[in-house]
Design a protein around this ligand. Structure first.
Ligand SMILES: NC(=O)C1=CN([C@@H]2O[C@H](COP(=O)(O)OP(=O)(O)OC[C@H]3O[C@@H](n4cnc5c(N)ncnc54)[C@H](OP(=O)(O)O)[C@@H]3O)[C@@H](O)[C@H]2O)C=CC1
Ligand SMILES: Cc1cn([C@H]2C[C@H](O)[C@@H](COP(=O)(O)OP(=O)(O)O[C@H]3O[C@@H](C)C(=O)[C@@H](O)[C@H]3O)O2)c(=O)[nH]c1=O
Length: 297
């Protein structure tokens, strides 16, 4: 079975590739923007593709004719999306439309990665059937893309996730664990939000969840995240304790003390019962996640 993974240079993409390579039933096509940044370069085909270009997307799909597409590529900097809405729309919505269109010919199973930011954060934690109401442009772009996926004639799954943490080579995304560790090691103070709630997700758990969806041909929406509700401040304290760093450097603050261009939902987090019961998904605790990430730093 051929699986195409978009966003292969990203945090999730870098963890998805090895998970599929371990399973001999799959032939892996990785696609990223520009050169391949994965530490492992053998055992799969890499295609540099700008997904904002419809012709390139069509070429990619016609060439490889994948049975499954895991669409992890996106513009994921929430504040950049707010500042540069056209680029965000082109990357998160138009590119998804090109993929869906090009996949029609081969009736590929599309697995689309989405986010807790589709919700407004007033009623978390959220199950799959909760009503969406994004409060940021990034969230709106993901809702628009979700709607296109849901309306497509292809078999589809939407995997929504929450605040993903883990290590990836040359990653552009911030990572709460290394952010806290690096700053506290240098004796720097950090202001950390204590009035936002999330169910943070170890990237390896998310990759395993996507693999379960692919293996089981599971269609519909799945909430795949960690199973503990924590504030960023609580995550930061656990991180500092784990690395035996000075928690006194962490200052508890309210989200309103930040002037970020994009609003963040206050309380998200997911009810993951559907993924646990239907897929056999079993995430690590944040403490276990810290141990796994620490070994990779
Ligand atoms: N990380 C998180 O906390 C969360 C992530 N998600 C979703 O999960 C998915 C994976 O996220 P994650 O791996 O963390 O994000 P990353 O930002 O690490 O990876 C996204 C990848 O998409 C690539 N990309 C961006 N624009 C294009 C383009 N025009 N053509 C081709 N590739 C492009 C980026 O390339 P380059 O590396 O060159 O910039 C990047 O490698 C995303 O859909 C995201 O919205 C959902 C909830 C939380
Ligand atoms: C930069 C910063 C963040 N924080 C907190 C706020 C926030 O909840 C958390 C992470 O902040 P960031 O701005 O890095 O991340 P943010 O953009 O909020 O992360 C989001 O990314 C997108 C892609 C998603 O889909 C979401 O699930 C979500 O995880 O840390 C602080 O407390 N202090 C700080 O100085």
């Amino acid at each position: 079975m051929k699986v195409l993974i978009t966003g292969s240079n990203g945090l999730l993409g870098q963890h998805l590739i090895p998970v599929f390579l371990e399973d001999s039933r799959y032939q892996v096509i990785a696609s990223g923007r520009g050169p391949n940044r994965l530490p492992r370069q053998a055992g799969y085909t890499y295609e540099a593709t700008n997904l904002r270009d419809a012709t390139s997307v069509k070429h990619l799909l016609d060439k490889h004719q994948p049975d499954i597409i895991i669409h992890a590529a996106a513009m994921t900097q929430v504040d950049d999306c707010e500042r540069n809405k056209d680029l965000c729309w082109d990357t998160n919505v138009a590119a998804t439309r090109y993929l869906l269109k090009a996949a029609e010919k081969h009736n590929a199973f599309i697995i689309f990665l989405s986010t807790d930011f589709v919700f407004d954060g007033l009623q978390g934690p959220y199950a799959e059937d909760a009503a969406v109401n994004p409060i940021s442009y990034y969230g709106s772009s993901k809702v628009a893309a979700e709607n296109m996926v849901r309306g497509s004639s292809l078999p589809w799954a939407i995997v929504r996730t929450v605040l993903v943490y883990g290590i990836a080579a040359d990653s552009k995304r911030s990572n709460i664990i290394t952010w806290v560790k690096n700053n506290l090691e240098q004796g720097k103070k950090l202001k950390v939000v204590d009035d936002q709630w999330r169910t943070p997700t170890l990237v390896q758990d998310l990759a395993a969840g996507c693999k379960l969806v692919a293996d089981k041909n599971a269609t519909g929406i799945f909430h795949i995240s960690g199973n503990e509700t924590l504030t960023p401040y609580q995550m930061a304290v656990q991180t500092a304790d784990y690395f035996k760093l000075n928690t006194q450097l962490l200052e508890k603050v309210d989200a309103k003390s930040f002037t970020q261009p994009a609003k963040r939902p206050a309380k998200t987090g997911f009810v993951i019962d559907k993924a646990v019961n239907e897929l056999g998904y079993a995430p690590h605790s944040f403490e276990e996640g810290l141990e796994i990430v620490a070994k990779e730093i």
